[in-house]
Design a protein around this ligand. Structure first.
Ligand code: SF4
Length: 126
């Protein structure tokens, strides 16, 4: 949750109980192996009005936990697909996930354009 345009994240950063949220997702057995199942340190979600320096420090600590988590890839994909608007998931902050999603959308558009361009003449010739 990076600073500038993310004031809403700060405001809405009431930490949802991490495990219950995941337990509601019956299709995601990966969460049973989540290292953060008990986030006693409160690393993954911002408390309200968290100072920037504290937030950056907390997020880095959360990312270190994610780096040793056996389900980091699954967690990250889950957070991207939902999408999860708050907190650190799969080693990415909400802002970082938005960047990844924007890149994916751009790539999808480019691929569709390329497919359309290459399909046109071939379809016409066939
Ligand atoms: S990758 Fe991080 S946020 Fe995801 S389950 Fe593991 S520790 Fe939790």
């Amino acid at each position: 949750m990076l600073q500038p345009s993310h004031q809403s994240l700060q405001v809405a950063a009431v930490p949802a109980p991490r495990v219950p949220v995941r337990d509601r997702n019956q299709d995601a057995p990966w969460h049973t192996e989540a290292v953060c199942r008990r986030d006693e340190a409160g690393l993954f979600f911002a408390p309200s009005k968290e100072p920037t320096a504290s937030r950056l420090s907390r997020e880095e600590a959360a990312k270190r936990v994610c780096a040793r988590c056996p389900v980091m890839v699954e967690c990250r994909e889950h957070a991207l697909l939902q999408p999860e608007p708050y907190g650190v998931w799969g080693g990415l902050t909400a802002a970082e996930r938005r960047v990844v999603l924007a890149r994916r959308r751009r790539r999808e558009v480019e691929l569709k354009k390329a497919a359309h361009t290459s399909a046109g003449p071939i379809a016409a010739a066939g």
